[in-house]
Write a protein that binds this ligand. Structure first.
Ligand code: UGA
Length: 432
């Protein structure tokens, strides 16, 4: 059993804290947002992540997990201190390190010799060195410590299984012995462990996210070509993915990537590269194709309906992907704003994200069910592929709609079946 402290309880921090507690360690999570802290202390999770709240409650009851806003409580006894605070997009698109710096200062004030500070937040290359300098300044010369970079590869919606069954653990450090102590903490997970230097570990995170984003933009470009040439991008992806060198994942064409990671990290890598004197042409194209995917989707609606002024449009799915209520950089927001700007009235439904969406989209009418969205609609748009949208009663939906138009931004439905049911149906890259 080790004493662990986790600084910041966003989805990475809370998952890390809860899961290490579940592995039998004693975990203290520091959260300075008092509203969030109160929620956490009552056993509630501030984020929607399948299975997380149950595990949080169980480990709190078992006395292995606690929450505080006091660094003096969490830091002095911790052997391993994880920094998992946010690194939002700064005004110029580079990563904003305000929270990382503040965490490093507070950790430094209470640190005792022998601790390892593990940077899990996605931070620009070189931040590990900066964190080390800040902590050293605040801890004073007598306190000996190490900084290890341990980038996080959790996905929202499957964070628990990603934590317990990772593809790999990446650890970067100046002191290999410190990295090995962190490796031992992860040993029970049975994953391959890659030990490297601090800057390389930081780069692995950005390069991984940028590569996944590149695959998505690549397949979206292929989708566009498929549409023109009469091929089906889903079959193309299946055919490509069967090649072991390519692999089947992250080749789903659609309305583009969103969320709190890919848009922010691709842009931050772009800025890092540009400020180091590089000319990142591919990253620029990845970002351009991604924003075009949303515009092309709206264009399709216009191609089918003509002028959107006064049209009623129903939107199914708002979160940036299924199984999360996260609306950050969700394609739905750009798509809906563009429809509204063109004079359409928008009704929308999402199984969990509507409370968050209401703040971002105040003029949208939110409905209680997917079927209500269809009522009097001129077109139904599928934007997020939640499971509950897979088995809808299409005859019922057709009866409700003003015209039977379905524009599917995630290729959730079979074009032939939808057309047989009497719908005017458009997917993405499927030879319309
Ligand atoms: C992503 C990475 O997958 C994680 O490995 C990483 O840890 C995380 O960012 C992070 O940096 O914290 P996440 O943002 O939760 O995870 O979501 P993904 O499942 O990767 O999806 C991102 C976006 O890409 C979603 O909008 C999704 O709809 C879209 N996507 C994904 C596609 O459009 N096509 C695909 O084939 C796959």
């Amino acid at each position: 059993m080790k004493n662990i402290c986790v600084v910041g309880t966003g989805y990475v921090g809370l998952t890390t804290g809860v899961c290490f507690a579940d592995l039998g360690h004693s975990v203290t999570c520091i959260e300075i947002d008092l509203h969030k802290l109160e929620l956490l202390r009552s056993g509630k999770s501030p984020i929607f992540e399948p299975g997380l709240e149950e595990l949080q409650e169980r480990n709190m009851r078992a006395g292995r997990l606690r929450f505080t806003d006091d660094y003096a409580v969490g830091i002095p006894d911790a052997e391993f201190i994880f920094i998992t605070v946010g690194t939002p997009m700064g005004e110029d698109g580079s990563a904003d390190l305000t929270y990382v710096k503040a965490a490093a200062r507070s950790i430094g004030q209470y640190l005792r010799s022998g601790s390892i500070i593990i940077d899990k937040s996605t931070v620009p290359v070189g931040t590990g060195d900066m964190v080390e300098n800040i902590i050293a300044e605040y801890a004073g010369p007598d306190v000996k410590f190490d900084v290890v970079s341990n980038p996080e590869f959790l996905r929202e919606g499957s964070a628990l299984s990603d934590f317990f069954k990772p593809d790999r653990i990446v650890l970067g450090a100046k002191n290999r012995e410190a990295a090995q102590r962190v490796a031992a903490l992860h040993e029970t997970l049975g994953a391959p462990i890659i030990i490297t230097d601090l800057r390389t570990a930081e780069m692995i995170k950005y390069a991984s996210n940028a590569f996944l984003a590149t695959r998505i933009s690549f397949i979206n470009e292929i989708a566009q070509i498929c549409e023109r040439l009469g091929a089906d991008v889903r079959e193309v992806a299946r055919g490509m993915g069967a090649d072991k060198r390519i692999g089947p994942h992250f080749l789903e064409a659609g309305v583009g990537y969103g969320g709190s990671c890919f848009p922010k990290d691709v842009l931050a890598l772009y800025h890092m590269a540009a400020s180091a004197g590089c000319h990142p042409q591919l990253l620029q194209a990845v970002m351009d194709i991604n924003s075009d995917a949303r515009k092309r989707f709206v264009k399709k609606v216009e191609t089918v309906l003509g002028d959107l002024e006064g049209r009623v449009i129903g939107v199914l799915g708002l979160s940036f992907k299924p199984n999360t209520d996260d609306m950050r950089e969700a394609p739905s927001v750009d798509i809906i704003n563009s429809l509204l700007k063109k004079g359409a009235r928008v009704k929308a439904y999402d199984p969990v994200a509507m409370a968050r969406a209401e703040e971002l989209l105040p003029t949208v009418t939110f409905t209680a069910t997917a079927y209500d969205v269809a009522k009097d609609a001129d077109a139904l748009l599928l934007v997020t592929e939640w499971n509950e949208f897979k088995q809808l009663d299409w005859q019922r939906i057709k009866r409700y709609m003003r015209q039977p138009v379905v524009i599917d931004g995630r290729n959730l439905y079979d074009p032939r079946e939808m057309r047989n049911l009497g719908f005017i149906y458009w997917g993405v890259g499927r030879g319309e």
